[in-house]
Ligand binder design. Structure first.
Ligand SMILES: [Zn+2]
Ligand SMILES: [Zn+2]
Ligand SMILES: [Zn+2]
Length: 231
């Protein structure tokens, strides 16, 4: 998260721009902007609505939504959509750029910036004859806090999309084992979760094939994080 450089300057700038297009509720619009500027990180519409409520501003959701849209349009906020999360808004600071790590377990978003990566991206683009204007880099993974808490062994049903795992054992009777062996799954095999939406079947990648596993079945497959595959 970057420290806001100069809120009062941003306010004046916003006021000047909004007065050109809006005639009503200018004070209210500035209150929303101020609350937004005072909130670091990434907030959803609902979170922003609650933050305003806590500050004593009981605006309806529609109005807050409209204000956020104006901030995006006028270049004060950025709209971000991270997988598995509601749309989030964050400050747009002129001349500053950052990228994101997103934890697929707890949803935590960590900002980072790395000059070497930025330089390299521009170079790769230019090697392809492409003049880069903008990009986004969202790295999905497991944050250090979640990694510490993580059980070494979990049922496949609890694994998240994108995780690379190793099958440790299959619990349940001969039927279950037989069916999984029939699909070609064996303890010791490396698999990847292609899609686990939390409902319905889980799609996994196993060798060169995609397999659909029922949730009931996926509770019987005990897996661990495959550190060889992940690094
Ligand atoms: Zn970047
Ligand atoms: Zn986490
Ligand atoms: Zn950010």
């Amino acid at each position: 998260m970057y420290e806001r450089n100069n809120n009062s300057l941003e306010q004046l700038n916003f006021k000047a721009l909004i007065e050109e297009s809006k005639t009503d509720r200018i004070e209210d619009r500035l209150n929303v902007l101020n609350a937004f500027l005072a909130t670091p990180g990434h907030v959803s519409l609902e979170e922003m609505h609650n933050i305003l409520k806590e500050k004593g501003y009981d605006y309806d959701l529609q109005f807050v939504s409209q204000c956020l849209t104006d901030m995006v349009d006028l270049g004060f906020a950025q709209k971000k959509q991270f997988e598995g999360q509601p749309i989030k808004y964050e400050h747009l600071h002129l001349g500053l750029h950052h990228d994101h790590f997103i934890c697929t377990r707890c949803g935590k978003i960590v900002e980072f910036s790395n000059e070497e990566i930025e330089r390299l991206q521009a170079k790769v683009a230019s090697d392809y004859g492409f003049y880069m204007l903008q990009h986004r880099m969202d790295i999905y993974g497991i944050c250090s806090a979640c990694m510490k808490q993580r059980q070494p062994l979990i049922p496949l049903a609890m694994a998240k999309s994108g995780e690379k795992l190793k099958i440790q054992r299959i619990i349940g009777g001969k039927m279950a084992c037989g069916r999984l062996f029939g699909l070609g799954l064996r303890p010791g095999d490396s698999i990847e979760i292609i899609n686990n939406s939390g409902m319905g079947r889980i799609i996994i990648g196993h060798k060169d094939t995609r397999l659909a596993i029922s949730r009931r079945m996926a509770m019987k497959i005990i897996v661990s994080i495959d550190t060889n595959q992940n690094t």
